[in-house]
Design a protein around this ligand. Sequence first.
Ligand code: S3P
Length: 442
Amino acid sequence: MEGTSAPSAREAWVASQGRALSGDFAVPGDKSISHRAVMFAALADGSSRIDGFLEGEDTRATAAIFARMGVDIEAPSPSCRIVRGVGIDGLRAPDGELDCGNSGTAMRLLAGLLAGQAFDSVLVGDASLSRRPMLRVMAPLRRMGASITSEDGERPPLRIAGGRRLDGIGFDSPVASAQVKSAVLLAGLYAQGETGVREPHPTRDYTERMLAAFGWPVDHAPGRARLSGGHRLSARDIEVPGDFSSAAFFIVAACLVPGSELLLRSVGVDPRRTGLLQALRAMGADIRELDRRNGVCGAVADIAVRHAPLRGIDLPEALVADMIDEFPAFAVAAACASGTTRVTGAGELRVKESDRISAMATGLDALGVRVSETADGMVIEGGPLRGGRVDSLGDHRIAMAFAVAAQRAGGEVVIDDVANVATSFPGFEALALDAGFGLGSG
Ligand code: S3P
């Protein structure tokens, strides 16, 4: 039986310089792929096995939601799920609200999927998710004929009325968002005719690739996707690669700490996820991708990183969408680089699990970094970091980014409100300690 695990009791970290980082290990499975693997396996005909499934609170919340809708999901061992699919029209009405926890991906993708069901549903989330914008998915879904309401016209909970006829639309998305694109495409599975999405910048195409891998015809290219209703999904096994967004903290830490050398195994390195590698290389990093092979959602490789001095850059706006989850780690790299780094065109960072521009600027400032915020980015002057106290605001990636920053700080860094690291990276502390981080509980 699936369930969302209780948050860790440990609420703060005390982090400080450790030793040169070393090791050869894998990070947990990709969050985006794990969510989608459960969703499509649940809707497929037959049983699918998912290996490398992320045992994070976000992805477990998605699995628990499908279990509540009548899907049998077995966990024979950690990071493995056997999903007995119920078919595209086989979901049952849940007996209460569906809790997405901290996960924007769960809520936005499910909004599309549930808009096409015969039954009513209500999607709720935690305090952070309840502040995040949902009109971006509600507006196109309503154009398709969906009935979705929210508390104040914009925020969760989302109340979705079932039994509506959906019609395909051509949607020009105003935001580069894989979640928005995916919500529309998932409603399109249940719509009459064709549903198409165009994006202002290409985003991760995992929904398109995985639907195709489960046998649903999808016409897609970077920045656009199209599908029609009326097909079926066939069960298949999925191997989830390591999450590049989790690897990013170790990649940046190894760049920053003198003498470091790390090998991170089997990480998803699709270009729509690895803008950070391009940015770090432009700053002087020594990073190699080894043994590239094909995975269900693009290339997979081992990533070898060695310490190298970094210099600041003007980040090209074209890279922003390809590193949207890596800005907390990138901001730390910029703070430890020589010279100035300027980020523009990254306003989406303000509507993530926290306002990541403000969270990073405030925290870096507390560590003595000269940093200023702009509406859609920040300017960071590289220089020495001192110890201090920072607030992760309950945002997993802010917490881990400051654990990395501490590896270059002149004193202890206390990082408050870190329990949500378990949403995306269970076991981060143990892996970080093994690799050489100075990290303990507060
Ligand atoms: C995700 C898309 C991105 C990303 C999030 C995961 C996905 O969000 O930040 O962590 O799995 O589709 P947006 O679509 O809001 O950019």
